[in-house]
Design a protein around this ligand. Structure first.
Ligand code: ATP
Ligand code: MG
Length: 176
């Protein structure tokens, strides 16, 4: 399916903003607190069209967002970017959480791998999320990778080839 990726990514992030608002409202009524976080969006203004399976890609991005939230400190900022290069779009999701140790960084995409069993157990989850995300993204011709500094945060990146004919820009102008 040919998808306007800017709209698609905005829609996913809107859903997380709505969930946060709902959780806050619930907690307020119950007299408890929930972790606060802010989602910041920095998007290219160019509309990027991509040929993807939107349901599967939503699942992959949802997991990365859920991880970012799970490992963020209270009041953390989650910065979501969308940029384009000549042939690819790159989206990134950066948190200010506890980060991933250098020795574990290559392994987080393996099935069932979880950094520091004790820390992860307390957070819940199976350790499958990122391996599924990698599978889904690579099946659609994309790549996923991560940059992280311990105690400073992690940034997950996804690149996907976009359709230059639909996206416009230089290619279109040359034929006008
Ligand atoms: P599941 O996604 O199946 O519920 P999970 O979140 O533990 O469980 P993955 O999403 O595959 O599994 O992540 C694997 C491991 O990578 C996590 O257990 C965690 O140790 C580490 N990790 C993933 N994202 C982050 C992040 N944003 N910050 C710090 N560590 C992370
Ligand atoms: Mg996960």
């Amino acid at each position: 399916e040919l998808v306007n990726f800017n709209e698609f990514f905005n829609y996913i992030l809107d859903r997380f903003d709505m969930l946060l608002a709902k959780d806050r409202e619930k907690a307020e009524k119950a007299g408890t607190t929930v972790k606060r976080y802010t989602i910041k969006r920095i998007f290219t203004h160019k509309d990027l069209w991509v040929e993807i399976d939107p349901d599967k890609l939503t699942q992959a991005i949802d997991n990365i967002m859920n991880n970012a939230i799970k490992y963020s400190p209270d009041g953390g900022i989650i910065t979501c970017r969308l940029v384009d290069t000549q042939n690819n779009l790159i989206l990134s999701i950066a948190d200010q959480g506890l980060g991933i140790p250098r020795k574990d960084i290559k392994k987080v995409f393996e099935r069932f791998y979880r950094v520091d069993k004790a820390r992860s157990r307390q957070q819940g989850g199976t350790g499958l999320g990122l391996s599924i995300a990698k599978e889904v993204i690579e099946a659609q011709g994309g790549h996923i990778w991560v940059n992280s500094a311990e105690n400073r945060g992690s940034t997950f990146y996804i690149s996907l080839p976009y359709d230059p004919q639909e996206t416009g820009g230089e290619w279109d102008e040359a034929f006008e």
